[in-house]
Ligand binder design. Sequence first.
Ligand code: ATP
Ligand code: MG
Length: 323
Amino acid sequence: MLEACGVEVSYAGAVRALRGVTADVGPGQVVAVLGGNGAGKSTLLRAICGSLPMHGGKVTAGTIRFAGHDLVGRSAAEVVGLGVVHVPEGRRIFGRLTVEENLRAGGLSVRSRRERLRARERVYELFPVLAERRDQRAVLLSGGEQQMLAIGRGLMSSPRLLLLDEPSLGLAPRVVSQIAEVIRQINAMGVAVVLVEQNAAMALGVADHGYVLELGRIVTWGPAAELAASDEIVRSYLAVGAGQAATAPPAAPGAAGPGEGAPVARAVPPAGRTLARWQPPPRRRRWPLGRGGSPPPAESPDSGSAPVPPATAGARMGVGERG
Ligand SMILES: Nc1ncnc2c1ncn2[C@@H]1O[C@H](COP(=O)(O)OP(=O)(O)OP(=O)(O)O)[C@@H](O)[C@H]1O
Ligand SMILES: [Mg+2]
């Protein structure tokens, strides 16, 4: 469905933020992208959704294809039109507008009024709290509710692929669990999800498979359950620092990540890797765990046409601040 191959990204022609990234997302999958600060997670989503130029960045090599369409060089609005919606980090909602107005903004480019209404009802079913507060100004919502609104706004254009950038950031564990559950429900509606997270426990609890980025390169990938069980991932992304209680790996659905959604501490640097090197498999859905080199080939390309046209991707008048 989505295939990125050898993607390189630079900012201002100087900062190389992605180096030869190859990854894919099959129809209906949830794919986690993990990594520490500055690893290139947000850059990967920006490269997919066409928003790099807004950040002074550019894809300098490689290809990104979605449902048979080349995405590199397309505008963000065109990419939304193909069914790919980005919910950027920092939940940038329109604070002065009501909840409902925010949702309407998300559906602006959907031509069919009936489709817009249907999408809004779906969002309200998914997030009853937003229905209750539909006339309230968004700035008055809690952090978790604002995140739900940001996701709901993204859903207004009925995407086939949702790109979520750190939806759990800064949220209490109970709210992180709710966000995880919402991602499961969205996925159950047939929407594929790329989930960028520093909260590895949450992300691997929801995802089918995952990639780990370090300094712009994919260093590890594999089925989520195997990543969650690997010594390396536990040490690097699931272990917590001294003075904090350890967080169990993401066995339980809806399990929250480490306290208050804070980035998972990298207790031990990723030295002494223990994962098996990935061997090129026959094409299949489950992969053995791998790292380094080239991740597995794409699953069957999806040549289906794009669904309804887009909504606004990311808004500028945000109230939510990162961190
Ligand atoms: N607009 C920009 N201009 C220049 N460099 C940038 C820009 N945005 C990101 N970078 C650089 O690109 C690299 C990858 O950044 P990116 O934001 O993708 O990382 P990240 O994995 O999302 O980190 P975080 O977890 O902190 O959000 C970093 O070195 C960062 O400093
Ligand atoms: Mg980021």
